[in-house]
Each structure stands twice: as structure tokens, then as C-alpha cells.
Design a protein around this ligand. Structure first.
Ligand SMILES: *Cc1c(COP(=O)(O)O)cnc(C)c1O
Length: 402
């Protein structure tokens, strides 16, 4: 039983003897499995590779769909030194979940957020004098020092300041009484492209800024792909999101990692479709042979993207079954004609993850959907319950099941 459950009031710990995934999901239509053992193994593998460089776990967007309130404390226990989110409120929610390590806010913050940010002990990326002054005032009242990082726009042209402006702001912030400029940062534009050489251009710009701000000790520039491809960009810490999930970015070699997420559902209905009949909205799937289709209770409202219709695959008994017709809001169909034996109601279908030696990776789903692996897992935000387990023994469930 964990203390943080009292704090959030949202998490359920299975009582007494631990139940297995099979027991907990016996009458669940669909769910996400979050393998905490895999997450911890991935942290160990990454830390082994990084030596003394800090592992900053990026748990923005509810930990890319894995659920930050449970995952982040588990990562902290596994040795993650620091966390990063994008919006201040995400950092506040991590504190609510019991995270005690430093939390870096990578994105924009309003000066009006300063008091709450100081109260939550967040490290903001400071982009303006206004924000710096508000932080200094709030920190002064609270009797603390507000740490900030300054971001240099080295070519991505998303967030941050050009070199001259970044240097000027950093020097100004340095003069404020209750602010400490702890970090200097940038973000790479082409980290996972086949040709990531633009990182060298960006590195030159970052180095120029860093040379003018030698008093800022903590520097960080790398996401997963950069961390794994370019050791020269490790600096003080690396901001790793995707790799903690056990997924390597495209064009990126890496250590043996284990996928952390699985998405599964139980077949809700199996029905025969005659040759030439149509299936799902628009009747876009019309088999040329008599077929059997299984209804999978997951839809685009669960993050299973609509453009997977007629493109994706699902595992049933370890057999790859093509998705048949359009994805609806809550359900879709798969062609189970070639699965040996009688597929019946209640049988488990694997949308993401492995089953009987076959696996569906986030990268494969991304290819079918015409997107990227980050998008596939970060889209898993909706109503699917998350079952946190180690080796199949369920430890926590959120939201609570009835
Ligand atoms: C999301 C994000 C990361 C993490 O990227 P991954 O590719 O998932 O490791 C790092 N830095 C910034 C600024 C980000 O927005």
C-alpha cells in the first residue's frame, strides 16, 4: 500500500494477495498494461549507458499515455534524478503524486503562475524578465530561491531565445535576488532523421551561448534520439521520454529495451460476413470470401486512430488479423477468418504488445497510421483503465474499477 494513494485518491491497490492481469481483466472490455518492471529495466539500461550524466525522465502528456501519477514515482524509485514536463500544471500534478526530485518545466509559463510554481518547487524555463521578476518576488515571499533554466533557440524555432537575447536575459535573471539560473538548454530539430547532421550546426550555436554564460553549470540538449546517437551532446543531463517506454526512435541504435505498454481488449462479438457484404461505417471493407469478423471494443476515442481502419493489424492467439473497415469511436472489427479454431466472445486481442511470440510495436502501428510512435502512445489518454504490473502481478489500477 503506497502513501501516494492517499494523496491522489485515484489509485487502487489490489488488496491482500496480488491478482494477475488475467484475473483483473476477466471482465474488462479493454485496457492498457503498464509494465513497471520494464520501465525500471529501461531506466537501468539507459543509466548504464549514460555513466554520470543525469537521466531526466520526460513524463509530459501524462507520461505519453502511461499515466504519470503512478509511473513517475516508480521511475523516481528506480533512480531517475530529475523529471521534465512541458506545462507548469503538469509539474504540479507530479508533486501531487508524490514526486520529490527536481521537476523541470520545458514549455511556456505565465508570470501569473509564479506563486504556484514556487510553491510546487518547479524549475521553470524562463523566457522573459516579467516571469523572472514574478518568480523572484514569489520566492522572496516564500523564503526560497526559484531555480530557472534559460532556453536557446539554436534552429528549431519553437521555444527559446536567440543567442544574444538568451545571454541578455540570463544576465538579467542572475541579478534578481531570489532567482538562480541553474540551467542552459536547447532542443534538436533533426534528432531522429536519417541525416541528423543539423545537430552539429545547432551545437555550434549552443556552444556560442554557453561560452558567454560559463557560470551556468547545468546544460542539457538531448532527447532520446540525441542521447543515443550523439554522446557529445550529453552535457549534464539528457531528457529522455520515448526510450524509457522501451521504444527506440527511428534511425537510432540503442541498448536492449523492453516495451512498457500493451493495449489489449476482449472480443465482444464474432460474426460471419458473406462475400461482398460490407463492414463498419461506410461499408468500406468487403471481403471476397465468406469471412468471420471479431468486434474489438477500442475506438478512436481511446486513441486507436481512425486512420488505422483497413490498415492496421491486431493479434488474436498470436495470429496477425487485419483491421476490417473503419475505426468507430468505441470499437472496430478485425478479420479473424485465418485464426485456427473458433474465436469467441471474451478472447483476448492484442493491439499493442506481444502475444504468443508475435509482437505489434508502436513503430508498426505508427507506420500503419501514417504517424510516429510518440503519437501512437501519447494518444492513449482516454477511458482505458491502466493496470500497473510487475511480471503480470497487478499492483495498481487507475482509474478505480468497480
Ligand atoms: C518531448 C521532449 C523531449 C523528450 O523526447 P523523446 O524523443 O521522447 O525522448 C525532450 N526535450 C523536449 C524539449 C521535449 O519537448
Amino acid at each position: 500500500m503506497r502513501a501516494r494513494r492517499e494523496r491522489t485518491g485515484q489509485l487502487v491497490q489490489t488488496q491482500g494477495q496480488q491478482r494477475t492481469l488475467g484475473e483483473v481483466t476477466r471482465n474488462l472490455n479493454s485496457w492498457i498494461e503498464v509494465d513497471l518492471g520494464a520501465a525500471e529495466g529501461n531506466v537501468r539500461a539507459l543509466k548504464g549507458l549514460l555513466g554520470g550524466v543525469e537521466l531526466i525522465a520526460v513524463v509530459k502528456a501524462n507520461a505519453y499515455g502511461a499515466g504519470a501519477a503512478v509511473l513517475a514515482p516508480a521511475l523516481e524509485a528506480a533512480g531517475v534524478e530529475r523529471f521534465a514536463v512541458v506545462w507548469p500544471h503538469e509539474g504540479y500534478m507530479l508533486r501531487q503524486a508524490g514526486v520529490t526530485r527536481p521537476i523541470l518545466v520545458l514549455g511556456h509559463a505565465f508570470a501569473a503562475d509564479a506563486t504556484q510554481a514556487v510553491r510546487a518547487g518547479l524549475t521553470l524555463t524562463c523566457h522573459s524578465r516579467d516571469l523572472g521578476e514574478a518568480l523572484s518576488a514569489a520566492a522572496g515571499l516564500a523564503g526560497v530561491t526559484a531555480k530557472v533554466h534559460v532556453k536557446v533557440d539554436t534552429g528549431l524555432h519553437r521555444f527559446g531565445l536567440e543567442v544574444d537575447a538568451a545571454v541578455e536575459l540570463a544576465e538579467y535573471l542572475r541579478g534578481l535576488p531570489h532567482v538562480e539560473v541553474e540551467g542552459l538548454t536547447t532542443h534538436m530539430a533533426n534528432a531522429d532523421e536519417a541525416d541528423d547532421s543539423f545537430a552539429e550546426t545547432q551545437h555550434e550555436v549552443f556552444r556560442a551561448a554557453a561560452a558567454r554564460l560559463p557560470w551556468i553549470g547545468y546544460r542539457h540538449t538531448a532527447n532520446s534520439a540525441t542521447a543515443l546517437r550523439r554522446g557529445e551532446l550529453h552535457y549534464s543531463g539528457v531528457r529522455v521520454g520515448l526510450a524509457i517506454h522501451g521504444i527506440l526512435p527511428p534511425n537510432t541504435p540503442g541498448p536492449a529495451l523492453r516495451p512498457m505498454l500493451a493495449v489489449r481488449a476482449r472480443v465482444a462479438r464474432v460474426t460471419d460476413v458473406a462475400a461482398g457484404e460490407g463492414v463498419s461505417y461506410g461499408l468500406t471493407w468487403r471481403p471476397e470470401r465468406p469471412s468471420r469478423v471479431a468486434l474489438i471494443p477500442v475506438g478512436y476515442a481511446d486513441g486507436w486512430r481512425r486512420n488505422l481502419g483497413n490498415a492496421g493489424e491486431v493479434l488474436v492467439r498470436g495470429v496477425r488479423c487485419p483491421m476490417a473497415g473503419r475505426v468507430c469511436m468505441d470499437q472496430f472489427l478485425v478479420d479473424v477468418t485465418d485464426v485456427p479454431g473458433e474465436v469467441g466472445e471474451g478472447e483476448v486481442a492484442t493491439l499493442l504488445g506481444s502475444d504468443e511470440g508475435e509482437a505489434i510495436t508502436a513503430g508498426a502501428v505508427a507506420d500503419w497510421a501514417g504517424t510516429i510512435a510518440w503519437d501512437v502512445i501519447a494518444s492513449l489518454q482516454g477511458r482505458l483503465p491502466r493496470l500497473y504490473h510487475r511480471g503480470g502481478a497487478v499492483e495498481e489500477i487507475t482509474p478505480p474499477l468497480w
